[in-house]
Ligand binder design. Structure first.
Ligand code: SAH
Length: 215
């Protein structure tokens, strides 16, 4: 276990204040970011960067998302305790921890075997227990559907139909859609079988791979 002392807690408080300034309003989301020790996801040599509002490399050419992005997507999901949430792109596991702090039951799927194995071992050691899956999340996770919420944490070329299909009624999907290096954040709501869509600002995610992702 990593130490989580006075200094780290102070840095987290500052980060949360910055997220509030940037427009994050949901107090439960801010409290979750204030609780999860983001520095535990960093190599020793990079520790000083853990509480900057920046994405960071986690190996295998992948990144731990920027705290603002994690907060933004989490807020837009309107998580209620007990919601079954599918996360596509486990990566470091940081976003999954935030969802768990919000009271969700989390199913997380990762395409990269090295990251899958690493995070599946690491998260439970910190006390966080999502259900881990290895595979192509661009097809969703049909065997565990439906989900109240689905979050895609890699940039997609299109909204895969499998994901809206696997959404429960009254469900929400949040997904960055666009080209390889820049995407618009899109939120899709399902109500009475009908889909409505809202778009937000641009973000820059690593590409979603797999059948409905980038080649
Ligand atoms: N949520 C992560 C962010 C990870 S970056 C975190 O909190 O750290 C995006 C991740 O999506 C990478 O780990 C990448 O390997 C994974 N990914 C890319 N395409 C995927 C796919 N089709 N299915 C599942 N995971 C995918």
């Amino acid at each position: 276990m990593v130490e989580d002392g006075y200094k780290e807690r102070g840095l987290r408080n500052k980060l949360v204040a910055k997220l509030r300034q940037k427009g994050i309003q949901d107090e439960r989301v801010l409290a979750a970011l204030n609780k999860v020790p983001r520095h535990a996801f960093f190599d020793n040599a990079l520790l000083s960067h853990a509480y900057e509002d920046k994405a960071f490399p986690i190996g295998q050419g992948q990144t731990i998302s920027q705290p603002y992005t994690v907060a933004f997507q989490s807020e837009k999901l309107e998580i209620r305790p007990g919601d079954r949430v599918l996360e596509i792109g486990t990566g470091s596991g940081y976003q999954a921890c935030i969802l768990l702090e919000l009271g969700a039951v989390v199913y997380t799927i990762e395409y990269n075997q090295v990251l899958f194995e690493r995070t599946r071992e690491f998260l439970p050691m910190m006390g966080y227990k999502p259900y881990f899956f290895l595979g192509d999340g661009s097809k969703g996770l049909p065997q565990k559907a439906p989900f109240q919420k689905i979050i895609v944490t890699a940039g997609a070329p299109i909204v895969p139909a499998a994901l809206t299909d696997q959404l429960a009624d009254d469900g929400i999907l949040i997904i960055p859609v666009g080209d390889r290096d820049k995407q618009r954040m899109v939120r899709i709501r399902k109500k009475g079988g009908k889909l409505t869509q809202e778009s937000y600002d641009n973000f820059a995610f690593v590409p979603l791979l797999g059948e409905k992702g980038w080649q």
